[in-house]
Design a protein around this ligand. Sequence first.
Ligand code: NAG
Ligand code: NAG
Ligand code: NAG
Ligand code: NAG
Ligand code: NAG
Ligand code: NAG
Length: 209
Amino acid sequence: MHLASLLPLIALPLSLAKNISISVGDGGLIFNPEVVTADPGDLLQFYFYPKEHSVAQSTFSSPCKPLTGGVYSGFMPETAEGTTIFQVTVNNTDAIYLYCSQIEHCQNGMAMVVNPPSTGNTLAAYKSAAKNATTVSPPAIAGGVHIDVTLNSTSVSNTTSTAGAGSNTSITSPTTSSEVFQGGAPSRASLQCGLLGLIGMSGLVFAMI
Ligand SMILES: *[C@@H]1O[C@H](CO)[C@@H](O)[C@H](O)[C@H]1NC(C)=O
Ligand SMILES: *[C@@H]1O[C@H](CO)[C@@H](O)[C@H](O)[C@H]1NC(C)=O
Ligand SMILES: *[C@@H]1O[C@H](CO)[C@@H](O)[C@H](O)[C@H]1NC(C)=O
Ligand SMILES: *[C@@H]1O[C@H](CO)[C@@H](O)[C@H](O)[C@H]1NC(C)=O
Ligand SMILES: *[C@@H]1O[C@H](CO)[C@@H](O)[C@H](O)[C@H]1NC(C)=O
Ligand SMILES: *[C@@H]1O[C@H](CO)[C@@H](O)[C@H](O)[C@H]1NC(C)=O
């Protein structure tokens, strides 16, 4: 009886947005994990490994080619693991196909999918088609924010400060910067509300137990 009344409280945090860490190029031309299931509101957080990878979005049918309006991290020439992450908010459950736009990386299987359809359009099929594709880098960083994690900072750096982490200066114009910023801000605010709720809820559960 007591347990039953607790269940709704325990179930609630499961519906909150979560952060999904994905390593990029750790030990080879690979995203890890390379098949991800994410809910709307979740944050994809890409950690870059040496030497110079990127995260770019394509369609399933045009592997290694930018999807217009898709996400792009820019090249991230990390000299040590995880100094800057690229963070993308998941807005729906549509499939998101991602590749590294470094020359030959996509052809060699450096691709991943978020929310693959239950049938067809598998990552294996994408990789197979990619072998014969030509890689194209997106024209500009888009659809996410760079976060400096070197000082355990959770503050989102603007593109001026991330330029040092490898962004091409010609594509980090102030216009791009503010657009990226405005897109990211609301989700962070709502995430913080969610976290406070989670903390409060846990306290309540513990108190009741
Ligand atoms: C997710 O990452 C953000 C940094 O972008 C951080 O502020 C937040 O606390 C993290 N949330 C969880 C649930 O770990
Ligand atoms: C790869 O491309 C070449 C040249 O366009 C074509 O002849 C060949 O059939 C393609 N192979 C596959 C597996 O698509
Ligand atoms: C989700 O929406 C935000 C805000 O418009 C955008 O920055 C982000 O790139 C979108 N996520 C995806 C996977 O397209
Ligand atoms: C960052 O966090 C890790 C783990 O919590 C800690 O060991 C390290 O000292 C922190 N570094 C800085 C610069 O605060
Ligand atoms: C952006 O970065 C520059 C250089 O690090 C800094 O001077 C400026 O205050 C930052 N602006 C914001 C809004 O954080
Ligand atoms: C920056 O990008 C532009 C346009 O793609 C390119 O012409 C230029 O060579 C790049 N600069 C660097 C330093 O990569």
